[in-house]
Design a protein around this ligand. Structure first.
Ligand SMILES: [Zn+2]
Length: 195
């Protein structure tokens, strides 16, 4: 498949478009991969095409009324239910990690879908853009590591919800570290005055 793209940092990959021959469009994605399919889902909805959306993960999807959201534990059964209900001439669009894509592809294969019917968009990397609410700068950080603002050096706790307006996740100063930070500021001030 295609090279891994950066997750949550602008569109993951611009999908080519909807399968014009398909009678039904089934979108299956992890919450982080939703952005890759956003425009396709909007198109399907705009053109009033038959479609269904399954989102695995914690994100709520206010813009997509038809979305079926489920947690990781329910994912396999929700996905196979969606695949089973899909008519024969369905185009399946998958967005998520390589492991997620493989799992969905295997399920689809088992249920008689051909590989040509399944369009996969891989969201591989772990970077995400975080907006600091204290110094108003946006930087990219490793998703698996604690975020410390590269500009103002405040430790940030990052909200789960992605802000389309900011084009980033929102980071607010981590509460448990506020006193620690104040202590640092105080000692810096003290050092300044002493010097
Ligand atoms: Zn900052």
């Amino acid at each position: 498949m295609q090279a891994a793209a950066v997750l949550n940092q602008g569109p993951v990959q611009i999908p080519a478009g909807l399968e014009s021959q398909a009678k039904h469009h089934l979108f299956i994605c992890q919450s982080g991969g939703l952005r890759a399919l956003d425009s396709l889902i909007a198109k399907a909805r705009g053109e009033a095409l038959s479609h269904a959306v399954v989102v695995v993960g914690e994100d709520t999807v206010p813009s997509i009324e038809s979305a079926c959201c489920c947690c990781e534990e329910q994912a396999a059964s929700e996905i196979s239910a969606a695949l089973v209900q899909a008519p024969l001439e369905t185009a399946v669009y998958v967005a998520g990690t390589p492991a997620f894509r493989d799992a969905v592809q295997n399920q689809a294969r088992t249920l008689g879908f051909t590989d040509e019917q399944v369009h996969a968009y891989v969201t591989g990397s772990v970077l995400r853009r975080v907006f600091c609410t204290h110094c108003y700068t946006t930087h990219e950080y490793d998703r698996n590591q604690r975020v410390v603002c590269s500009n103002c050096k405040r430790p940030l706790s990052v909200r789960e919800r992605y802000s389309r307006y900011l084009g980033a996740y929102v980071g607010i100063q981590a509460k448990q570290q506020v006193s620690e930070m104040n202590a640092v500021h105080r000692s810096r001030k003290a050092a300044y005055h002493d010097g």
